[in-house]
Design a protein around this ligand. Structure first.
Ligand code: SF4
Ligand code: SF4
Length: 278
């Protein structure tokens, strides 16, 4: 028996919304009972694509994070509503039974990731099903994965070690969204946005000139990270630990070394750090 999973490579997502449109095309006003009742024409995003601005102006990056149901192995949505209203199939797919979930709006509020929607017309909760009705008909991929032009979505059988999804799941960079919630999701991510610490180095005696190659060191209790400024004199530390205070040291031959305390805020831009001549 297959066990389905998905890897979402956030760095490959270009925000084209083809997955979102394919999901609409498959589900809006189309009956896939008993797995899914028709999705309403507006208000639902079973495959959402969330724009994310990372960093602090002016040093920001725009990313997009696709977000379907993450198919938790320990699913909070299965703990509410009547018996069998939300169930797990042997292939791992969590399904909301459109009939048993009728009249139970609490199911729509039960997902900590916010991927369940209330169909007010049908008075039932709805969400992504990995297109289980198509898989049951012999399809290999859900519509969203088939539509993605950049292979940002990888889907398949996790029990097949040769499958693309199993191989990507084995990459060191794989991670869960909110692993602290311990829901053990079958959909996992690569490239989730992390804390950024950015800034720029200038010289007091040459304020107009960019200063590439300046050594910038970031230190915390167990971390020492060293980079050099780029051709614009800017630096960017990616994937920094959340809620951690760092000390930044900037040194350049012939100039006084500077040390700066970096706050533990999410993303930090230190602006222009000015070095004075010795
Ligand atoms: Fe349920 Fe939300 Fe987990 Fe999907 S992501 S299985 S809807 S709790
Ligand atoms: Fe991102 Fe692929 Fe969806 Fe386009 S189709 S928004 S690239 S996941």
């Amino acid at each position: 028996m297959a066990k389905y999973g998905m890897v979402i490579d956030v760095d490959r997502c270009v925000g084209c919304y083809a997955c979102w449109i394919a999901c609409f095309d498959e589900h809006v006003s189309v009956d896939h009972m008993p797995i899914a009742a028709p999705q309403p024409e507006s208000g639902h995003r079973w495959m959402d694509v969330k724009p994310i601005e990372q960093g602090v102006y002016p040093r920001v990056h725009n990313k997009y994070m696709p977000l379907p149901c993450l198919m938790c192995e320990d699913a909070p949505c299965m703990k509410v509503g009547p018996e069998g209203a939300v169930y797990r199939r042997p292939d791992g797919i969590v399904v909301i039974d459109p009939v048993k979930a009728k009249g139970h709006p609490e199911i729509a509020k039960s997902c900590p990731y916010g991927v369940i929607y209330l169909n007010e017309q049908l008075n039932t909760a709805q969400k992504c099903t990995y297109c289980a009705h198509l898989l049951d008909d012999g399809w290999k991929l859900p519509r969203c994965v088939e539509a993605c032009p950049t292979q940002a979505l990888v889907f398949g059988d996790l029990t097949d070690s040769n499958s693309a999804v199993a191989q990507r799941m084995a990459e060191p960079a794989i991670e869960e969204l909110r692993p602290d919630w311990q829901n053990r999701t079958l959909t996992r991510f690569i490239g989730l946005p992390k804390r950024l610490i950015t800034g720029e180095v200038t010289l007091a005696d040459k304020p107009e000139e960019p200063v590439p190659g300046v050594v910038v060191i970031l230190r915390a209790a167990n971390d020492v990270l060293t980079i050099v400024t780029d051709s614009y004199g800017e630096f960017e530390f990616r994937e920094m630990r959340p809620k951690t205070q760092y000390t930044l040291q900037v040194s350049h031959p012939g100039y006084a070394t500077r040390e700066i305390a970096v706050s533990d805020k999410d993303d930090v831009d230190l602006g222009a750090i000015v070095l004075t001549k010795l």
